[in-house]
Design a protein around this ligand. Sequence first.
Ligand code: PGA
Length: 263
Amino acid sequence: MKKYLAVANWKMNPGTEGEALDLFSTTLNAAKSARNVEVVVCPPFPFLSAIERRWGIHDLEMRSEAAVHLGAQDLFWERDGAYTGEVSGPMEKELGVSYVIIGHSERRRLLGETDEMVNKKLQRAFETGLHPILCIGEKERMGDDIPEIVGDQLKKATQGISGMFIESLVVAYEPVWAIGTGKPDTPESMHKAAIYIRKVLAEMHGEGSVSHARVLYGGSITSTNVASFIRETSGEVQGVLVGGASLKDDFAKIISSLEEIES
Ligand code: PGA
């Protein structure tokens, strides 16, 4: 049975290391009793090392015993060198990181991250042995259909990447208008988005490579709406990417809501 994926994107929160350790500890307790949910926490970079020091996630990963996986919120596409302010995939791996968010809309919008940069980062993540969580999503929605820009972002991000890697890709569909607004997309529209994402991946990389790829929904997820995105999408959605609610007790409730769904 495949587990649902619950990814916590803490963004640039919380304010202190002490709060970060407390928050991780709460999430860890919730994750320990979950059998059907794989939990990933993506803290800001400085807290990755604090969490690694406290819990030794790297060694737990080596023994396949980590109840919570660590994720980074970004990585740079080169392995090392003169790139002021950047953090490499190998540095993240050493801290026990196994997942990495790539192409989040906040980075695209505020930091000028382009599809070409996202493509290079995706390639580097795979080569480093990290599981990338590729974020795509449109800024505005006009009609009922999933806008072509979503397919475009996906094509450009995965261009030239081997089908073998695509098999382990996680794609998070996050309509920008639904992020942090309290106005999530509907499960019906997410269903369409997930089918569209698989179709684009299959056309580019072959049917075989998409059967294992996972599709997540992100944008104003809470413990109240999370189950509908799984139950009402006919098995097309394998989990969620959670921002705001991952900083509160609600994340434990999100894990238990997912745990209660029969898969
Ligand atoms: P939100 O953020 O859950 O606060 O809407 C989701 C995200 O940006 O990943």
